[in-house]
Design a protein around this ligand. Structure first.
Ligand SMILES: Cc1cc2nc3c(=O)[nH]c(=O)nc-3n(C[C@H](O)[C@H](O)[C@H](O)COP(=O)(O)OP(=O)(O)OC[C@H]3O[C@@H](n4cnc5c(N)ncnc54)[C@H](O)[C@@H]3O)c2cc1C
Length: 352
């Protein structure tokens, strides 16, 4: 018998499997490997909220655990997935200078915001008001991370298929799926949770993000640029450019309108020629109150959910997985801000 069945192999499923590995618990991951949110993400992790010049909820705790987890992963898998690269935050107006200076002296934020303001523009970019530099952070190569982990799993630990909800059986203190018995099942389905018969009552809204890959030699590959859009270096003169936030999307595919919006924003930031080499879209698993969704089903206690990481899966995944494991196995309470119990009333009055 397996310890757990994990459905979905994005950052949530991966982080939970990694946590199980750490505790020497066996598992099987069932994932159809459609390109979810994780494999589309730029991989940037940043615990600050620059719009408001504050730290995100428990940002430093998430950050510290992320560094520990990704560094350990690099060592264990003898690979390099963490790129410590600064983010240059280009200002839109002069008053940003004052906000930045005040924020960069605040405890917590001072670990990430360099005090000096740089009144210069780098090659290939535009900027009348200079920039501030975010330090001690960077980006993760998510596709490499997921592939490295998956390729080292034994063949009975991964099934590339779509989970068929109708085939899940509830036995006394365990569950069974197509002959595989396990103590419990945990759904890490990203946006697809909306179609899950046990958890579709949760207010997972979803926010579509369109992004481009462009090629240019004129911009440096050594830093990430943030000015409305992110310009994220991907090596070999390639850059990930995005993304928009669209909650009212009609299609999951990239759109002409989305591309035009990104290009118009991009032309406000860069001052060089480039070639668009790809245009894609994915849905972020965002929640009504913008907090993750962790917990067990109100009735079926052997069914769990780990979802709702929104725009911060890279940062939050490692610590959330730890909390999730402690909740499932150690029976430790989850913070009320992330526990799905906060949406209990939605369960008695489910969405149609
Ligand atoms: C354009 C864009 C840019 C982003 N940039 C960043 C960034 O720079 N930094 C950051 O931290 N976050 C970023 N994010 C957010 C980040 O991608 C998410 O927070 C995170 O990846 C969500 O991971 P997940 O595992 O919950 O979902 P997903 O990555 O969507 O994974 C779910 C997986 O489960 C599979 N699945 C679902 N249902 C089933 C089923 N029934 N049977 C089998 N398989 C199933 C899906 O196919 C998918 O592979 C970005 C998101 C987008 C869209």
């Amino acid at each position: 018998m397996k310890h757990a069945i994990i459905v979905g192999f994005g950052l949530a499923g991966f982080q939970y499997a990694l946590e199980l590995q750490k505790h020497k618990k066996d598992f099987i991951i069932i994932s159809n490997e459609e390109e979810g949110s994780s494999r589309s993400a730029a991989g940037v992790f940043n615990p600050t909220v620059l719009k408001r010049y504050t730290m995100s909820w428990k940002g430093k705790e998430f950050f510290d655990q992320a560094i520990i987890t990704y560094s350990l992963f690099e060592k264990t898998y003898n690979t390099s997935i963490f790129n410590k690269v600064p983010i240059k935050y280009y200002f839109n107006r002069l008053s940003d200078h004052n906000n930045w200076t005040v924020a960069s002296q605040k405890k917590g934020l001072n670990h990430f915001l360099s005090q000096s303001i740089i009144n210069k523009v780098d090659g290939g970019l535009k900027g009348d008001f200079g920039y501030g530099k975010l330090k001690n952070l960077g980006k993760i190569d998510i596709n490499k991370l997921l592939d490295k982990f998956k390729n080292k799993l034994a063949s009975d630990c991964f099934s590339q298929s779509t989970f068929n909800y109708k085939e899940l059986k509830f036995l006394n203190d365990k569950i069974e799926y197509k002959g595989i018995k396990a103590k419990y099942i945990i759904f890490c389905e990203g946006f697809k949770l909306r179609y899950n018969p046990w958890f579709s009552y949760l207010p997972l809204i979803g926010s579509k993000g369109e992004f481009l890959y462009i090629r240019t030699k004129a911009i440096s590959q050594k830093e990430i640029i943030k000015r409305g859009l992110f310009i994220v270096p991907m090596g070999k003169d390639l850059f990930w450019i995005g993304a928009n936030f669209d909650r009212k999307y009609k299609t999951l595919r990239p759109t002409k309108l989305g591309k035009e919006w990104i290009l118009s924003k991009l032309k406000d930031i860069i001052d060089c020629s480039f070639e668009v080499v790809n245009h894609k879209a994915a849905i972020r698993p965002t929640v009504l109150d913008r907090r993750p969704l962790l917990g067990s089903h109100p009735i079926e206690k052997n069914i769990y959910v780990f979802n709702g990481m929104g725009t911060r899966g890279v940062l939050m995944g490692p610590l959330l997985a730890k909390w999730m494991y402690n909740f499932v196995v150690g029976r430790k309470k989850l913070y009320p801000e992330i526990a799905i119990d906060r949406f209990e009333t939605y369960f008695s009055n489910p969405r149609k």
